[in-house]
Design a protein around this ligand. Structure first.
Ligand code: G3H
Length: 482
């Protein structure tokens, strides 16, 4: 979708394969094809966004709030009619199970409605007159300009839209490149974008990052880089911008969220939450629990019960009701996870669940590794997949030291009962990460709560309320007369 038109494509295309298959060997099958643009077409998309912004005097950045809202409402109503198609593609393209795929769609619709509501409220509250020291000011929030938006494969709809929707709502114009896994599922929505917004406001392109995103950045015409993914891609793109220090960034990046299980924790609850936190969508969530610190007084019992529960999880195709574990969209992920397991076992850890590491074509069963130490890759890297490191500790300062040294700082889960122990610990933990989950696993939602991270985990804050602010700036007109 470029400059308001779905262009018939005669150039290169990429095949999109399914993550799953109805055959028993789980071999990927061809799902469809998608145009693969070159540099020339990518620059056309950028030019469309630049001219729709038109130095801030375009139709969209100057449109009245109520009219902009009407466009967004039209979009979401149209989007709702595409639920079945998008949900089906979420299952086939990225292997997300049926209920989570439905949740992703519904959550995104809700996100859009909440954004509209918050935008109305923001407009009411922020468009105000002020007077200080004889100077009158009319203050309001305005757009930043042209936004290049890149989404991740694990939430190709929800997280991408958590960037795109607030960026559009605030009057910016956009170029959006979907993730490699999770691109086909955007196609049912192309007409909704085309018919709801003025031309050039939303341009959707596909191609290799190096071929399409890098040349766009090199023009220096992008005002905001919005990306959820890894810091390597974010840095590479940021560095392409000739004036990268004036580029605004809205980034959701890596995390290595720990769980800390204290000796007095309700073990049944802690185990269930750690199962959900480590295995939901096969651990492919930035908010997944990626290391479990368990106090040495209870670690033996924890390991026994936790491993048995992991082994009881069912692997299957996403539409099977009880399939908690599903095939992985990235073909090299099983080998990568196997490398982490090998490295840890060579350095003294064991796979303590009996099914850990079993593989099929595009799947590897979650391996619980114990005892994991700092020299192991699985401790250091964000695994983003089915392998679960368990680290025993005797003193709470051990996990706290690791968290302070970590490059990441998104969330933590804390399991325990004694309020006198928990209260000061919570005060410390909120200064190391941005969200402390008490007796529950880590997660992003509800989407109205701030979603961000310290250190390399994020730049700017997402969530309905914060994202509107991340994609805008406070401006004002000052005058000595009212
Ligand atoms: O990949 C990171 C996502 O933001 C995780 O979101 O906690 O709702 O699964 P979630």
């Amino acid at each position: 979708l470029v400059d308001g038109a779905l262009i018939p494509w005669r150039g290169d295309t990429s095949n999109v394969y399914s993550t799953i298959s109805s055959t028993e060997d789980y071999k990927p099958t061809l799902l469809g094809t998608i145009p693969t643009l070159g540099k020339k077409e990518a620059i056309k998309a950028l030019d469309a966004a630049v001219s729709a912004y038109n130095k801030g005097q375009g139709l969209w950045p100057t449109m009245k709030v109520e009219n902009r809202i009407a466009c967004m409402e039209k979009f979401v109503e149209h989007m709702k009619t595409k639920r079945d198609e998008v949900v089906k593609l979420l299952m086939w393209e990225i292997g997300k199970n049926l209920s989570d795929s439905q949740k992703e769609f519904d959550r995104t619709v809700e996100y859009i409605y909440d954004t509209i509501e918050d935008y109305k409220q923001m407009d009411r509250n922020s468009a105000k007159f002020d007077k200080h020291d004889g100077v009158y000011a009319h203050i309001k929030r305005g757009p930043l300009g042209v936004v290049l938006c890149l989404g991740p494969y694990n939430y190709p709809l929800n997280e991408t839209f958590a960037l795109l929707i607030p960026a559009i709502m605030m009057g910016n114009t956009t170029i959006f490149k979907p993730a490699k896994h999770g691109v086909l599922l955007i196609t049912p929505l192309l007409e909704a974008f085309r018919d709801s917004f003025p031309k050039g406001v939303v341009n959707i392109i596909y191609g290799r990052g190096r071929t399409v995103a890098a040349p766009i950045m090199q023009t220096g015409k992008v005002d905001v880089l919005a990306l959820i993914g890894n810091s390597k891609s974010a840095n590479a793109l940021q560095n392409q911008h000739p004036k990268s220090n004036r580029l605004r960034l809205v980034l959701g990046l890596e995390a290595k969220n720990p769980a800390i299980v204290l000796p007095d924790a309700d073990l049944d609850l802690a185990i269930d939450e750690c199962i959900a936190g480590t295995t939901s969508f096969n651990g492919q969530r930035c908010t997944a629990l990626k290391v479990l610190y368990v106090h040495e007084a209870i670690v033996e019992e924890f390991n026994k019960r936790f491993s048995a529960k992991v082994d009881a999880l069912k692997f299957g195709n996403p539409w099977e009701d009880d399939a908690k574990l599903t095939p992985l969209p990235e073909p090299d992920k099983p080998d990568y996870i196997q490398d982490l397991i090998n490295d840890a076992t060579e350095k003294g850890a064991q796979v303590i669940n009996s099914k850990g590491g079993e593989t099929t074509e595009n799947y590897i069963f979650p391996a619980v590794l114990y005892p994991v130490t700092k020299d192991m890759r699985v401790f250091q890297e964000e695994q983003f997949g089915p392998v679960i490191p368990v680290v025993p500790f005797s003193d709470i300062e051990e996990p706290l030291d690791d968290m302070a040294e970590s490059n990441y700082g998104q969330q933590v889960s804390l399991f325990g009962k004694d309020v006198k122990t928990l209260a000061p610990l919570i005060d410390t933990l909120v200064n190391l990460v941005c969200r402390v989950n008490l007796n529950s696993s880590c997660q992003r939602g509800p989407d109205v709560y701030p979603f961000t991270g310290r250190k390399d985990s994020a730049v700017a804050t997402l969530s309905v309320h914060d994202a509107l602010r991340s994609f805008s700036i406070r401006t004002f007109v000052a005058s000595k007369d009212n």
